[in-house]
Design a protein around this ligand. Structure first.
Ligand code: GCW
Length: 682
């Protein structure tokens, strides 16, 4: 039975006869001397892949003496590569993690070379080569050169030490703290393989709502055991640091970042960590947000806090990623503005090994948000991207929502921070900011479920994240296609419809949940299901009314200069576009404007009718997804077919639940009818 455990690394036989023949022609034998754990990992993967895809491992040879030899390694590991001056030249721009895959003549023989400057690049190159076969791509004339555009490509696990996962919908945490370090779950290695296959090179093992216990000696030994597995795959381990750790596990009276004893405590703690884990990556910190401790508790600011930790890890080349997701204990006038208000004044005050990590939007991983106004606003500080892979506000474990399109939308948004064409992606990579450090993080959707991510299609979000962190210019559609081919099949009758279903899936969810710029109208606490009505939560800004502001006059959050003026935090071109209702794109209409129910939208409808149409369209789109999937019967193994089918039934039900609840609720304000021709809300 197909459990989905193998993710996109299934390595099933190539069925197309003529392709199989050419693939075999180009993989007649293997020259791959491997003398260390990373090269061994790459070699094992290649053997596994070849066996699955082509039916057998390649015979090994010391020299390239036949056409069709595959040569793999670095100039240091492989003489056939050392002997090629051209390869050496081409490798210069590949840097630390890059690689090339080329069809070249070696000793007069037609060979394929997978070469890198360093071992991890070889591993990445091998995965790329396997991907070519997995996706049935041609391999006869290759001239591929790749290197990552972002330096730190990180999964953020919101995993707790008791194995619960905050906003996790795929079972318990895969980190089995109770049996570590003695027992090493084989799954850690498969996790590393999956990540290396998409270029993820960093993982934060613990929740940003951190527990200081992770920094005790007993837990650090467990962390070291995990790091020992990941090292071969080029993955560095990071931890979250609870700011009050010096008090909680250090016995100090304060955690004031300017207190010499506190600073010494962190210096010693970091030394202890690096003794166990010489390649430890550093810390991710959530401070003074949602009740977490932080420097502000001592009258200090984010830079004081970050720099204290940065100084401690700097001698070991560690980094500090400091989150800009700040949400205070006092009810803000508009929480949209808080991050810019707190961080803009600190630009230039952070140590060089600090990154500020910004969520894609200013509220909180909504089905759709405009890009965060902090992107491009910090000119002297590297800004890291934080995307969410786990679908907290997006149907969680049950709805099929491909987030590649959502990531792409944010990465391609133009901030105008350095003039026109200052896309978010160029800020993240450092292309226009010239920042030497860069990072993209994804809040993990991984758990102990047999298929890792809960919904079979949620694996695509992990995959898309990794591919975009490697190269933020890739297209969501191309990534979806790769994933479909590797995860399901290369059958053209499956690839195109399933890819298109994925490409439309997020828009469908926006339509049945929060169309036209609505946001945060989910059920309280769980954030699952609709909840636009009042709730019993104790704070005004925890009630959906704070966001949708519906009344008899209209609906929407006025964030223009006559309202909260959050638009003022965007660069002038963007600000003016959002300030004016006529230049605000439909998708952000109610995000920035409070409009009368009878307002005429671009579609030349009343706002009410447009809203109704979007909610109904969302349901129709889910039904179309069901039809598409039904056609895949027999083209996908029975287990995964049945599981997705079952989940789509739930999704259709819940899309109607969303539509009907929201429309019936908003109708109490608009007092307008559902236009004729539509099925009745139930
Ligand atoms: O969206 C909120 C989530 C919290 C999360 C927080 C954050 C880790 O509801 O569960 O806490 O964001 O990103 O810090």
């Amino acid at each position: 039975a197909e459990s989905g455990y193998d993710l996109w690394l299934r390595y099933v036989p190539v069925t197309n006869k003529s392709l199989l023949a050419t693939y075999k022609q180009h993989t007649v034998q293997l020259v791959f001397p491997a003398g260390n754990e990373t090269l061994n990992a790459a070699k094992q993967e290649l053997a596994m892949g070849m066996k699955g895809l082509l039916g057998g491992p390649l015979p090994e040879s010391a020299v390239a003496n036949k056409d069709g030899t595959l040569i793999v390694g670095t100039p240091a590991s492989c003489r056939e590569i050392t002997a090629q001056p051209l390869i050496g030249q081409l490798l210069v721009p590949a840097g630390e993690e890059g690689y090339l895959i080329r069809s070249v003549l070696v000793n007069g023989k037609k060979c394929t070379v997978i070469a890198a400057n360093f071992n991890t690049g070889v591993l990445y190159g091998v995965f790329h080569f396997l991907r070519l076969l997995q996706t049935n791509a041609p391999i006869a004339r290759l001239s591929i050169s790749e290197s990552p555009k972002v330096k730190i490509r990180t999964l953020n696990h919101w995993d707790n030490l008791d194995r619960t996962v905050e906003r996790g919908y795929a079972g318990q945490s895969i980190w089995k703290w109770d049996e570590l370090p003695a027992t090493i779950d084989p799954r850690y290695r498969d996790y590393a393989r999956a990540n290396a296959s998409i270029g993820v090179n960093a993982t934060v093992l613990t929740n940003v709502n951190a527990n200081s216990k992770i920094l005790t000696a007993a837990y650090l030994a467990k962390v070291a055991a995990i790091a020992n597995v990941f090292r071969a795959y080029g993955i560095k381990v990071y931890l979250t640091a609870r700011f009050s750790s010096p008090i909680e596990i250090g016995g100090l009276k304060t955690a004031d970042p300017l207190d010499p004893q506190v600073r010494q405590w962190w210096t010693d703690k970091v030394a202890e960590i690096y003794k166990l884990i010489p390649d430890f990556g550093g810390f991710l910190v959530k401070a003074n947000s949602e009740g977490q401790p932080g420097p502000q508790s001592y009258g200090r600011n984010h830079a004081d806090g970050a720099n204290m930790l940065a100084a401690a890890v700097a001698p070991y080349h560690g980094t500090i990623t400091w989150r800009a997701f700040v949400y205070s204990n006092e009810v803000p006038e508009d929480r949209h503005k808080q991050a810019n208000l707190e961080f803009e004044p600190l630009d230039g005050k952070f140590n060089p090994n600090v990154l500020v990590q910004v969520k894609n939007g200013a509220i909180d991983f909504q089905p759709r948000e405009p890009f965060h106004p902090l992107f491009g606003a910090l000119k002297k500080t590297p800004e890291a991207m934080e995307f969410q892979l786990t679908k907290e506000y997006l149907g969680q474990g049950t709805h099929l929502v491909y987030l590649g399109t959502s990531f792409e939308e944010t990465l391609e948004a133009d901030t105008y921070s350095y003039g026109k064409n200052s896309q978010v992606r160029k800020i993240i990579t450092g292309e226009i900011t010239k920042q030497p450090l860069s990072e993209m993080a994804g809040v993990s959707n991984i758990g102990a479920d047999s298929n890792w991510c809960g919904h079979p299609f949620s694996q695509a979000n992990w995959y898309a994240f990794g591919r975009l962190a490697w190269n933020p210019s890739l297209s969501a559609a191309a990534i979806a296609e790769e994933w479909v081919r590797m995860t399901f099949s290369n059958d053209p009758a499956l690839v195109k419809p399933v890819r298109e279903m994925m490409m439309g899936s997020r828009e469908a969810t926006v339509n049945y949940m929060t169309p036209l710029g609505l946001h945060h109208i989910m059920a309280a606490n769980s954030h699952y299901g609709p909840g636009p009505w009042d709730n019993a939560l104790p704070r005004e800004d925890w009630k959906p009314k704070y966001y949708h502001r519906a009344d008899s006059a209209g609906i929407g959050f006025n964030r223009t200069s006559t309202g909260s003026n959050a638009v003022s935090q965007y660069f002038p071109e963007v600000r003016t576009r959002f300030e004016n209702v006529h230049t605000t794109p439909d998708r952000f209409l109610l995000w920035f404007h409070h409009l009368p129910w009878t307002f005429k939208t671009r579609a030349n409808k009343t706002l009410w009718n447009d809203l109704v149409d979007h909610y109904y369209l969302g349901v129709t789109q889910v039904r179309d997804m069901q039809k598409t999937w039904d056609d895949m019967e027999g083209k996908v193994d029975r287990d995964r077919f049945a599981e997705v089918k079952k989940l789509l039934v739930i999704q259709e039900n819940e899309a109607r639940w969303w539509r009907d609840s929201c429309l019936l609720y908003f109708q109490t304000f608009s007092g307008m009818p559902i236009p004729g021709g539509y099925e009745k809300p139930s």
